[in-house]
Design a protein around this ligand. Structure first.
Ligand code: FMN
Length: 422
C-alpha cells in the first residue's frame, strides 16, 4: 500500500537553513569507487544516480579525507585540494538534477587506516594506542600539529561550499580521529586535549568553530556521533557524555546530529546482522588485504569463533541505535537523525511518530535498494531487500561498494534496468 501523504517520511524537516523534503536519508557509505588518488569517477557517480532518481531527500557522501594523512582506505574519495573540485562539482550537479540535497562528510581517519591508503604518512591519533583490527600503532598528535588538522577540516568545508554541496557533516563517530579524541580508551593525553570531557571534546569544538568561521552561519553543518562506543572492558565515552558533547555543539551552532555507534575495535561494531563469511571477505577482497600475512592467517583461523560470537551478540534489528538516539532527542532542540537497521516503512515511521528521533537514515538498505525512498512509500514488485549479510562492509576499501549477496544484487540490477527504461 502506498504511504499516505500523512506519512512522517514525507514531512519536511528544517536543518539549519535547509528545508529537507522528507525524513529518510542516505547515511554515509565509503564508496571505494574513487581513483587511487581520491578523484570522483563515473563509477562513483553511477552508485548515486539511482538514489537521486528515486527522490532521496538528503544524501550524505562517504567519508571524504580532508588531507592525505587523514585518508583511511583504498579508493576513498578526497576533498583535500582544489584539484578535486571539478569532480566534486559533478557529484553535486548529479544530486541536484533529481532534487536531492548532498552533504559532504568530512573525516580524518587517525589510527583507523590501512597503511597502503597513504604509505608515506605516519598514522596519528590522540595517543599511541594500537588499533587491534589492522594492527596500526599511531603516534600521538603533537600539540603544535593540532591547528594544522583543524585547518584541513575548515579548508575542506570551504571547498564543499564552493562547489555547491548543501552542507557538511563532521564525522566524529566510529572511532576515527575526532572520536579517538572523545574516547578515554584512545585518548590518554595529559595536556588540555585529554582527561575530562571538556578537554576530550576540545578538538571537535575547534574543528566546528573553524568550519563555521570559514563557511558562515547560513551553511548547514551536521555532526555524526556515536550514541555508544561499544567498548566493553575498555573505557568508552558514555552515552551521557556523548549527549553532552552534542548539547555543547548545539550551543555552538551545529545544525543536526546523526547517531550511530562503535569503533573498528568494538566488534561487533557499527553494523549488526549476519557475520558468516565476513572475515574471509574482508581479508581477501576488502581493506584486510593490506594486513600482514600473519594477521590474515590468524584472523582466518579465528573466523568461525569470532563470527559466531558476533552473530549471537548482535542480531540485526530495525532501529538498533534508537535507545541511544532517543536520549539525544530528549536533550536537543536540533534535529536528531538515527541510523541503524532501518529498512521498513513501519519501522521508520514508528521511530519518528513515537518521538524517538526526527528523521532516519539508512546505509546497507540503500546499498541493496537505491530506490528505498520510493519503495518504502509505494513498493515496486520484486524490489531488493537488504538482509544484513554485511558483504558490502566486509569488502569496503577493496571492491566497489555494492550488495554482494548475489540474488539480491540480481534483483537490484533488474529493478534498475526496468526503472531506467520506464
Ligand atoms: C559499506 C559501508 C560503508 C560505510 N562507510 C561509512 C562512512 O564513510 N562514513 C560513516 O559515517 N559511516 C559509514 N558507514 C556506516 C553507516 O553510515 C551506518 O552508520 C551503519 O552502516 C549503520 O546503518 P545501516 O544499518 O543502515 O547500515 C558505512 C557502512 C557501510 C555498510
Amino acid at each position: 500500500m502506498p504511504a499516505p501523504p500523512t506519512s512522517p517520511l514525507l514531512h519536511p524537516l528544517r536543518i539549519g537553513t535547509l528545508t529537507v523534503p522528507g525524513r529518510l536519508y542516505k547515511s554515509a557509505t565509503s564508496e571505494t569507487r574513487a581513483t587511487d588518488d581520491g578523484f570522483v569517477t563515473d563509477e562513483l557517480l553511477e552508485f548515486y544516480e539511482p538514489m537521486v532518481r528515486a527522490g532521496t531527500p538528503l544524501i550524505v557522501t562517504g567519508n571524504l579525507y580532508v588531507s592525505l594523512q587523514s585518508k583511511s582506505a583504498g579508493r576513498q574519495a578526497g576533498i583535500d585540494g582544489d584539484d578535486k573540485k571539478p569532480g566534486l562539482r559533478e557529484w553535486v550537479d548529479l544530486a541536484h538534477s533529481g532534487g536531492s540535497l548532498l552533504i559532504a562528510q568530512l573525516n580524518h581517519g587517525g589510527r583507523q587506516m590501512v597503511k597502503s591508503a597513504a604509505p608515506d604518512k605516519a598514522p596519528v591519533s590522540a595517543s599511541a594506542v594500537r588499533e587491534p583490527l589492522y594492527g596500526i600503532k599511531p603516534r600521538p598528535l603533537r600539540r603544535d600539529e593540532i591547528p594544522g588538522v583543524v585547518e584541513t577540516f575548515a579548508a575542506a568545508a570551504e571547498r564543499a561550499r564552493d562547489v555547491g554541496f548543501d552542507g557538511v557533516q563532521i564525522h566524529a563517530a566510529h572511532g576515527y580521529l575526532l572520536s579517538q579524541f572523545l574516547t578515554p580508551h584512545t585518548n590518554r593525553r595529559n595536556d588540555d586535549y585529554g582527561g575530562g570531557l571538556d578537554n576530550r571534546m576540545r578538538l571537535l569544538r575547534e574543528v566546528f568553530r573553524a568550519i563555521r568561521t570559514r563557511v558562515g552561519d547560513d551553511f548547514p553543518v551536521l555532526l555524526k556521533l556515536n550514541g555508544t562506543d561499544m567498548l566493553p572492558l575498555r573505557r568508552g565515552a558514555t552515552t551521557t557524555e556523548l549527549v553532552r558533547v552534542a548539547k555543547v555543539l548545539e550551543d555552538e551552532g551545529v545544525d543536526a546530529v546523526e547517531i550511530s555507534r562503535a569503533h573498528y575495535e568494538s566488534w561487533p561494531g557499527m553494523i549488526l546482522g549476519h557475520y558468516k563469511g565476513f572475515i574471509r571477505g574482508q581479508i581477501t577482497e576488502g581493506s584486510g588485504m593490506s594486513m600482514t600475512r600473519r594477521r590474515r592467517l590468524a584472523m582466518l583461523a579465528a573466523a568461525p569463533v569470532i563470527e559466531g560470537v558476533a552473530e549471537r551478540l548482535a542480531p540485526g534489528s530495525e532501529g538498533f541505535n534508537l535507545p541511544q538516539a532517543e536520549q539525544f532527542t530528549a536533550r536537543l532542540d536540533i534535529p536528531v537523525i538515527c541510523v541503524g537497521g532501518f529498512h521498513t516503512r513501519t519501522g521508520m515511521e514508528a521511530a519518528i511518530d513515537n518521538g524517538r528521533c526526527d528523521a532516519v537514515s539508512a546505509a546497507r538498505a540503500m546499498i541493496a535498494d537505491p530506490y528505498l525512498f520510493k519503495n518504502v512509500q509505494d513498493p515496486l514488485p520484486g524490489h531488493p531487500v537488504c538482509e544484513y549479510r554485511n558483504g558490502c562492509i566486509a569488502r569496503f576499501g577493496g571492491k566497489p561498494i555494492d550488495c554482494y549477496v548475489e540474488p539480491i544484487r540480481i534483483q537490484k540490477n533488474h529493478m534498475l534496468q526496468k526503472t531506467e527504461q520506464a
